[in-house]
Design a protein around this ligand. Structure first.
Ligand code: UDX
Ligand code: ADP
Length: 460
C-alpha cells in the first residue's frame, strides 16, 4: 500500500477548507496543502486573525489554529502542490450550468476539467486523484480519460470520496461522521485513502463501493434529504388551512422509527449550494437516459420548494392588506441556515426579490453575512438594476435598528439569537399593527401574541 505523506487539495472553499483542516489535525504524519486560484481567499485562510477565515464554521478556528503551519498549509502555488502530492483532492465548485446544453440543470464541469488538465500537465510521479466535489455519475470516467490522454505517462488512480458534512456543523460532522464513502477500482488506492480516515474514523463506518455507486450515492443522499424537507413543507400548507400544527405532525410521525425525527422541520424552503443543484443534476441524468417518470418525480421536490418561497412572500403581501409598496420589512437572517455565512440559494434572496418587485423596503440584519454579499446575491438575479437594489434594500449591523419603525419582521434564518431579543421593546418601536412572519417557526408564539404582535408562522 502506498504510504501517503503529502496531500494536496485543489479548492479552498466550504468543503475543501474544513475537510483538509480536520484531515491535517488528525494525521500528524501527513502534510496537507490546500491551494486555490483565489488569492484573497488564501490570504484569509492564512490570516493571523482567525475570525477572518473565509468560511465561518463553529469550532473551525480551533482546528486551524492547531494544524496551520504544522502540517496544514494554504497556498496559491497550485503547480508546486500538485507536483509534490501523493494524493490530490479535487474540491472545486461545480455550479449548475448557466449556458448551452443542460443549462439550468446539468453540473458545469469546466472547473473540474481545468483541474484535471493541470494535474496531468504537472504530475511527474504517480498520483491518487480523489473527487471530493459532488459530481454527476461517471465523471470519474471523463477525469481518467483526460488524465491518461494528456499526462506524462504516470499512473493516475481515481477515487470518489463525496463529502457529507453540512454547513454550520462541518467540524462536528467531520470529527464524527455517520459514514465515510470511498468509491474506486484500485484496491491499493482505496486502502491508502481508508488509512487517512482511519486516523480517527472507526473502520466499520468507512464504506467502500465501486466508483459509480459512490458518485450516485452522494446525489441520492441529498435528494432524499431535500425530499423530506419538501414533504413536510407540503404538509405545512395543508396545516395552515386545516388548523393542524406542522410541528405537532412532525413530532407525531417522527416518533415512528421507520420515518425518523430528523429533517422534518418545516421552513420557508431549503437553500444551500447542494440540494437544488444535486436534484437538478439527478433530473438531468434521468432525462438523459429517457427516464422521464423518474425525472418528473424528483423535479417535484424543487417545484414544491419554489412554491414554498413564493407562498411565504405572497402571504406577507396578502396579510399586509395586499400592498407592501413603501412599507418597511425587516429581514432577520439572510444565510441559508444558521451558523454559516453562506448565502447560496438562500430562501431569503427569493423572498426579498418577490417583495422588492412590489416596491417594498427591505432592511436586512444577519449576524454573519456582510452587506456586499447581500447586494451581490440580489444583483446576480438580474431582476432589477443594482441601483434599485440599493435604493430598496438597506443592510444594518444592529437588529433593533432593522426593526425600529418597521411594518413587519420576517424571520428567514433560524439564528438562535433572534429568540433572545427584547421583543417587548421591539413591539414599542415597530409600526402598528406589528406583523411578524416566522419562516422558521423559531419565535415564541404565545409571548409574541401576548405582546400584541400579529404573528404568522409557517405551518400553523
Ligand atoms: C446538505 C447535506 O445535509 C450534506 O450532507 C451535504 O454534504 C451538503 O448538503 P447543507 O446544505 O450544508 O448540507 O445543510 P442542511 O442542514 O442539509 O440544510 C439544507 C437546507 O434545508 C437549509 O436551508 C435548511 O434550513 C433546510 N432544512 C433542513 C429545512 O428547512 N428543514 C429541515 O428539517 C432541515
Ligand atoms: P464548495 O462549497 O464546493 O467548497 P466553493 O465555491 O466554496 O465550493 O469553493 C471552490 C473553490 O475552488 C473556490 O475558492 C475556487 O476559487 C476554487 N477553484 C476553482 N477552480 C480552481 C482551479 N482550477 N484551481 C484552484 N482553485 C480552483
Amino acid at each position: 500500500m502506498k504510504n501517503i505523506r503529502k496531500i494536496t487539495c485543489i479548492g479552498a472553499g466550504y468543503v475543501g477548507g474544513p475537510t483538509m483542516s480536520v484531515i491535517a489535525q488528525k494525521n500528524l504524519n501527513v502534510e496537507v496543502t490546500v491551494v486555490d486560484l483565489n488569492e484573497t481567499r488564501i490570504a484569509a485562510w492564512n490570516d493571523d486573525d482567525l475570525s477572518k477565515l473565509p468560511v465561518y464554521e463553529p469550532g473551525l478556528d480551533e482546528v486551524v489554529k492547531e494544524a496551520r503551519g504544522r502540517n496544514l498549509f494554504f497556498s496559491t502555488d497550485v503547480d508546486k502542490a500538485i507536483d509534490e502530492a501523493d494524493m490530490i483532492f479535487i474540491s472545486v465548485n461545480t455550479p449548475t450550468k448557466t449556458y448551452g446544453k443542460g443549462k439550468g440543470q446539468a453540473a458545469d464541469l469546466k472547473y473540474i476539467e481545468l483541474c484535471a488538465r493541470q494535474i496531468a500537465a504537472v504530475a511527474k510521479s504517480d498520483k491518487i486523484v480523489v473527487e471530493k466535489s459532488t459530481l454527476p455519475v461517471r465523471t470519474a470516467e471523463a477525469l481518467k480519460s483526460i488524465l491518461d490522454n494528456t499526462g506524462n505517462g504516470v499512473n493516475f488512480h481515481i477515487l470518489s470520496n463525496p463529502e457529507f458534512l453540512a454547513e454550520g456543523t462541518a467540524v462536528t460532522d467531520l470529527h464524527n461522521p455517520d459514514r465515510v464513502l470511498i468509491g474506486g477500482e484500485d484496491a491499493d488506492a482505496i486502502e491508502a485513502l481508508v488509512s487517512v480516515y482511519e486516523a480517527w474514523v472507526p473502520r466499520e463506518r468507512i464504506l467502500t463501493t465501486n466508483l459509480w455507486s459512490s458518485e450516485l450515492s452522494k446525489l441520492v443522499a441529498n435528494a432524499f434529504l431535500a425530499q423530506r424537507v419538501s414533504s413536510i413543507n407540503a404538509i405545512s400548507e395543508l396545516c395552515e388551512v386545516t388548523g393542524a400544527n406542522v410541528d405537532e405532525v412532525s413530532r407525531a410521525i417522527g416518533q415512528d422509527s421507520r420515518i425518523g425525527s430528523k429533517f422534518l422541520k418545516a421552513s420557508v424552503g431549503f437553500g444551500g449550494s447542494c440540494f437544488q443543484k444535486d436534484i437538478l443534476n439527478l433530473v438531468y441524468i434521468a432525462r438523459t437516459y429517457n427516464l422521464h417518470a423518474v425525472a418528473d418525480y424528483w423535479e417535484q421536490v424543487i417545484l414544491l420548494n419554489d412554491h414554498q418561497k413564493t407562498r411565504f412572500a405572497e402571504n406577507i403581501i396578502k396579510t399586509m392588506y395586499n400592498t407592501v409598496n413603501g412599507k418597511s420589512i425587516a429581514f432577520l437572517g439572510w444565510a441559508f441556515k444558521k451558523d454559516t455565512n453562506d448565502t447560496r440559494e438562500s430562501a431569503a434572496i427569493y423572498v426579498a426579490d418577490h417583495l422588492l418587485a412590489e416596491e417594498a423596503n427591505v432592511i436586512v440584519y444577519d449576524p454573519k453575512v456582510p452587506a456586499e454579499q447581500i447586494y451581490k446575491d440580489l444583483d446576480y438575479l438580474g431582476t432589477r438594476s443594482p441601483e434599485d437594489n440599493r435604493r430598496l434594500v438597506k443592510v444594518v449591523n444592529d437588529p433593533y435598528e432593522a426593526l425600529s419603525g418597521a411594518h413587519a419582521a420576517a424571520v428567514l434564518t433560524e439564528w438562535d439569537e433572534f429568540k433572545g431579543y427584547d421583543w417587548a421593546k421591539i413591539k414599542e418601536d415597530m409600526k402598528r399593527p406589528s406583523f411578524v412572519f416566522d419562516g422558521r417557526k423559531l419565535l415564541d408564539r404565545k409571548q409574541l401574541l401576548e405582546l400584541g404582535f400579529a404573528y404568522y408562522a409557517i405551518g400553523e
